[in-house]
Design a protein around this ligand. Structure first.
Ligand code: ZN
Length: 471
């Protein structure tokens, strides 16, 4: 591939660029174009089809890539904490009792996060996302300094929807009375509403929001034509606390409050009964499934895989990577493969769901669930040029199977991503994030992690006793 793939356009866009390869479009016909091409102008896709046709239609374009490449729509991560976890990644023990990782680790670390920590943390998480092909990231609602996370997103070139803290408990970091929380959310919506850095209304959720806050947040999201997201029922503890407080299960209660609707994005919703599942479907609320987190935390996803039932009932579903201490790797393809495997295994029916459906959740179906399918999620004329190029010359690929989706989801992960474009801008080239000085970030992260651990007064896990270096 040619080295210089940036155009000379003043805005840095790459008008007149054609990318060749086998194209997995994820368009309504799910076209798969062998030796195809995608033509770009500015931030948009202006042509998709067989390479000879596209080359003839846009004759003066710079052409990059070859039929050995696999070109797919940018992957969509519907639930990701961009701060708090990254700088202490792989530090929270994986044998804690339910809830302990949140209240003994994650919350104190968030409380100790500085604005610099926020930006550094988000830079690293988003950079890892991009090199694994994740172009759209929806933040889960725990950002304390959104301006710094927005700066990180702009620096690395990721498409991000920001969330900020929303809870009205007594003593959590950034908690407050309903009016204060809603004002903070409203300010975020006003400040970040661009095509690349946008925002949504986010509550922590669980049993950490009053009914008044939940309804006010829901109305705020609707009035701004955006989404409301919150965590709910990854374990059975939410069910127990809602039953004790309201006499009803969480999603029954929230539905009766009017909080569920097409504007609602439920993070997790693992432990539902039939009534709750029916209310999710009837209200057209979306669910983001983060299966690696459920396995890492032992939350019971294999016992009752409601997410498959929601999908089978035409429910709105997206995939998420969650956080670096609950799911850990920020790699959408790993999530899609796991979800696909769980769907087959939990139903004891290998015919029910496959790699193609897994890739749908990671692209177009995820985009539909999150309300952004008019812009991203497929390779179609008029959509944003968010593209991932997998290099199929690496050792995992030969011989090429006849079904590249099968080979992509089951046989590969983010490691074969070579180039990534977001809104027509090349943000990853040859596996490197162009907008991140990785060496400097590595040094800064090591220092920041030590300081953060000391401020948060936590004791990170270590494995067996480390032996001193041999003389
Ligand atoms: Zn979360």
């Amino acid at each position: 591939m040619q080295d210089d793939r940036r155009s000379d356009n003043p805005d840095g866009s790459r008008a007149g660029h054609i990318i060749r390869g086998t194209i997995i479009t994820m368009d309504p016909e799910r076209r798969l174009i062998d030796d195809g091409a995608v033509a770009l102008a500015g931030d948009q896709i202006i042509g998709v089809g067989p390479a000879n046709e596209i080359l003839a239609s846009f004759p003066s374009s710079i052409v990059t890539g070859s039929a050995a490449d696999l070109v797919v729509p940018g992957y969509i991560n519907g639930h990701q904490h961009l701060t708090g976890d990254r700088l202490i990644q792989s530090s929270i023990p994986d044998n804690l009792a339910p809830g302990e990782s949140i209240f003994s680790w994650v919350v104190p670390v968030h409380a100790a996060h500085t604005p610099d920590n926020d930006e550094l943390s988000a830079s690293l998480t988003l950079a890892e996302s991009l090199v694994n092909g994740v172009t759209s990231t929806f933040e889960a609602g725990t950002v304390a300094h959104p301006d710094r996370v927005a700066a990180a997103a702009q620096q690395v070139g990721a498409r991000v929807t920001l969330g900020t803290w929303g809870w009205d408990v007594d003593n959590g970091p950034f908690a407050g009375p309903v009016d204060e929380v809603i004002d903070r959310q409203r300010q975020l919506l006003t400040q970040f509403n661009g095509p690349l850095v946008s925002s949504w209304v986010a509550l922590i959720g669980h049993d950490l929001m009053s009914d008044e806050l939940a309804t006010a947040a829901s109305e705020l999201a609707k009035s701004h034509d955006t989404k409301l997201t919150f965590h709910i029922s990854p374990t059975t503890s939410d069910v127990d606390s809602y039953l004790a407080r309201t006499g009803k299960r969480p999603l029954v209660h929230l539905d009766e409050l009017g909080v569920l609707g097409p504007h609602t994005v439920l993070a997790h919703a693992v432990h539902l009964d039939d009534d709750e599942a029916q209310r999710v479907l009837a209200s057209q609320a979306a669910v983001v499934s983060c299966p690696w987190a459920y396995l890492r935390l032992g939350q019971g996803i294999t016992r009752e895989f409601r997410h498959l039932q929601l999908w089978q009932s035409a429910g709105r579903l997206a995939l998420g990577c969650d956080s670096e201490n609950a799911g850990d790797s920020v790699d959408g393809l790993r999530v899609a493969a796991l979800f696909t495997g769980l769907a087959k295994d939990c139903s004891v029916d290998p015919t029910v769901f496959g790699a193609h459906e897994g890739l749908e959740l990671l692209t177009i179906k995820g985009a539909q669930a999150l309300g952004v399918a008019d812009q991203v999620g497929s390779i179609e004329v008029g959509k944003q040029a968010d593209l991932v190029v997998h290099d199929r010359t690496g050792v995992s690929w030969p011989p090429l199977g006849r079904d590249p989706v099968l080979q992509l989801v089951w046989g590969n992960d983010g490691r074969s991503v070579r180039d990534v474009l977001v809104a027509g801008h090349l943000v990853v080239r040859d596996g490197k994030v162009l907008g991140l000085d990785l060496e400097a970030a590595t040094i800064a992260a090591a220092e920041a992690a030590e300081e953060l651990i000391a401020r948060a007064d936590i004791e990170p896990t270590s494995c067996w006793p480390m032996l001193p270096p041999q003389a």
